[in-house]
Design a protein around this ligand. Structure first.
Ligand code: F6R
Length: 611
């Protein structure tokens, strides 16, 4: 939620800030702003709406001179999207200028305190409170910016990534964070700051991750870090492996379509990282046979699509490895005082590694003394850093707000966990293990084949561009796939859709079926095929228009369904990796046919760092 950038160096800052904000627009896009400093002068420019408005207002940054600046693209939390609420916010006289990502929970209390000390507020944001709190401590103790920020950090509750400039300290940017992402990049002629890797990838791959409640001071030539006591600390520089090109559209009209096409590679790269000599090998996550053998229960906790991966994981792990699995939404898990049994593991799944609820769930599990495993895509993210074990997915940077390739890589991660645990517990034979590994290895090519048929889906989908509702039905793993298909459809096409366990329809939802209502039956599991077919016949007799999604060979479904999409045959466990592709494409084409912003659907943000 919200993206922040900063630059201090030899070059003109504003164009660099705008470029970085462009890469972070997926994090929020209801308003944007920047502050650039030239000598004593600090210029602040803000605009409501997309980043293009800010670019126009600043002549692509050329109209704002200076070599040191900070910028922000906003996803509103406190206060409506407006120019006044857009960042940067400033203290009177521009003593302190700041941008912020996150939520300051006690901002009302801090606001009251500052009002009592004569401060005035012009916006409804918690950010203005943070900036003025720093200003207050700066003036009260007459110390350094580091002291002032640290005093403020001690008082602020909530999550934040702050980038600040101080009038008295030209050519310096200060940064601090707690539970919101921030990275700092260095080059020979300047220092960069961003909420996420794509913001700085064009300039450098050498980065530092700012730790919770640490402060960084950026100058043109170096970056220095301080702890909460104000003491200087050493940090290790890391190298980002992602290349800049993989964060660009590469000839596709939208990031989402590009990322759909990158799924064979995401799956292949994730498989390659954990398949060694024909076995699932989780030693990179420090999970050896001994640890896996002793796990008696797994808890999978995640949000949104990652939660849907968890739903698939439950079916796969329980059946393949004979381990009971509970799946929870992170926002529920963290507040329900979960009873976690001994010899268990909590698995947090998150693309960004920054989702606030998932991070809180991870910390709760750790507090309860249960080992944690994070399945994460973004290297060095908060969840990756806090978890006891980390299994990275290798999807590369995902820019489109609606996840596709990260979801597919997460599916592979849970499949590999199931396989590794099944082998460790010796509940599958060597022959069976070999068959499963072979099926996993075939997936990248099979996904490629499914994508090749996209035109047929485009033709079909465009007929439903004006649909009001759609229903996805399936049983078992197919129900879990339906959940993801339904989310893909509604989040980017704004068509209301729901996923139902096919057997549940008769308990209420079937009354919503009218003449022509689109019902998508997912039928990849042989054992449940006929059961779901019966449910499809039930809705058809009430007027539904039926699409079936099934494996090659189930041609008899053409007697029941109006339109059929076939996917290649695979092991039933791995069918989600193939079946999700047509559903992602349907969401994409519906959004396109309705003329919507595919990559940046309304009200959403890629990284949900607020609860
Ligand atoms: C939907 C989508 C979201 C995310 C969810 C969790 O397309 O992308 O539902 O899956 O916000 O995000 P991460 O995986 O970053 O924790």
């Amino acid at each position: 939620m919200c993206g922040i950038v900063g630059y201090v160096g030899q070059k003109q800052a504003a164009p660099i800030l705008l470029h970085g904000l462009g890469k972070l627009e997926y994090r929020g896009y209801d308003s944007a702003g920047l502050a650039v400093r030239e000598g004593e002068e600090i210029t602040v420019v803000k605009a409501k709406g997309r980043l293009a408005e800010l670019s126009n207002k600043t002549a692509d940054g050329q109209a704002v001179p200076g070599n040191c600046g900070i910028g922000h693209t906003r996803w509103a939390t406190h206060g409506e999207p407006s120019e006044i609420n857009a960042h940067p916010h400033v203290s009177d006289g521009n003593f302190v200028v700041g941008v912020h990502n996150g939520i300051i929970e006690n901002y009302q209390e801090l606001r009251e305190k500052l009002l009592n000390h004569g401060y005035k507020f012009y916006s409804q944001t918690d950010t203005e409170v943070a900036v003025k709190l720093v200003d207050y401590y700066y003036k009260k103790y007459l110390g350094t910016p580091i002291d002032a920020i640290n005093h403020a950090q001690v008082r602020i509750r909530g999550s934040y990534a702050l980038a600040l400039m101080f009038k008295d300290y030209p050519n310096e940017i200060y940064a601090a964070r707690k539970d919101s992402p921030m990275i700092i990049g260095t080059t020979e002629d300047g220092s960069f700051l961003g909420s996420d890797v794509p913001a700085i990838l064009n300039y450098t791959r050498n980065v530092y991750y700012v730790g919770d409640m640490e402060v960084a001071r950026l100058t043109a030539s170096d970056v220095t870090f301080f702890n909460l006591d104000g003491d200087q600390i050493e940090k290790e520089q890391k190298v980002i492996e992602w290349d800049a090109e993989s964060a660009e559209k590469g000839g596709f009209e939208h990031f989402m379509m590009k990322e759909i096409h990158e799924q064979p590679k995401a799956v292949q790269d994730t498989l390659s990282a954990y398949l060694k000599d024909g076995h699932a090998d989780l030693s990179a996550a420090e999970l050896d046979t001994e640890i896996l053998k002793n796990i008696e229960r797994m808890y999978i906790v995640a949000c949104g699509s990652a939660y849907h991966v968890g739903m698939v994981g439950k079916y796969v792990i329980e059946s393949m490895a004979d381990i009971p699995v509970e799946v929870d939404l992170a926002s529920e898990f963290r507040y329900r005082d979960p009873k976690l049994v001994k010899n268990s593991i909590v698995i947090i799944i998150s693309q960004s590694g920054e989702t606030a609820d998932s991070l809180a769930a991870l910390r709760l599990a750790k507090k309860k003394g249960i080992p944690t495993l994070a399945i994460v895509n973004v290297v060095g993210s908060s969840i990756a850093r806090d978890a006891d074990h980390v299994m990275y997915t290798y999807a590369g940077p995902e820019i489109s707000v609606a996840t596709t390739k990260a979801y597919s890589a997460q599916l592979i991660a849970v499949d590999l966990i199931a396989l590794a645990a099944a082998a460790a517990k010796e509940v599958i034979s060597d022959e069976r293990e070999a068959e499963l590994v072979k099926a996993l290895q075939a997936l990248p090519e099979q996904i490629e084949k499914v994508i090749e048929n996209k035109e047929r889906l485009q033709w079909f989908t465009s007929k439903f561009a004006n649909e009001k509702d759609a229903f996805f039905i399936g049983r078992g793993i197919d129900y879990a796939i339906g959940l993801e298909g339904s989310l893909k459809m509604k989040e980017i096409s704004y068509i209301h859709s729901e996923a139902y366990a096919a057997g549940e329809l008769k308990h209420g939802t079937i009354s919503l079926i009218e003449e022509g209502t689109l019902v998508i039956g997912i039928m990849t599991q042989d054992a449940l095929f006929e059961k779901t077919r019966s449910n499809m016949v039930e809705v058809k007799s009430r007027g539904a228009y039926l699409m079936a999604l099934t494996e090659n060979g189930h041609y008899s479904i053409e007697d029941t369904a109006d339109f059929v999409v076939y996917i290649p045959k695979t092991e039933p466990y791995f069918a989600p990796s193939l079946a999700v592709i047509p559903l992602q494409l349907m969401g994409y084409y519906l959004s396109l046919a309705r003329g919507l912003d595919v990559d940046k659907p309304r009200n959403l943000a890629k990284s949900v760092t607020v609860e």
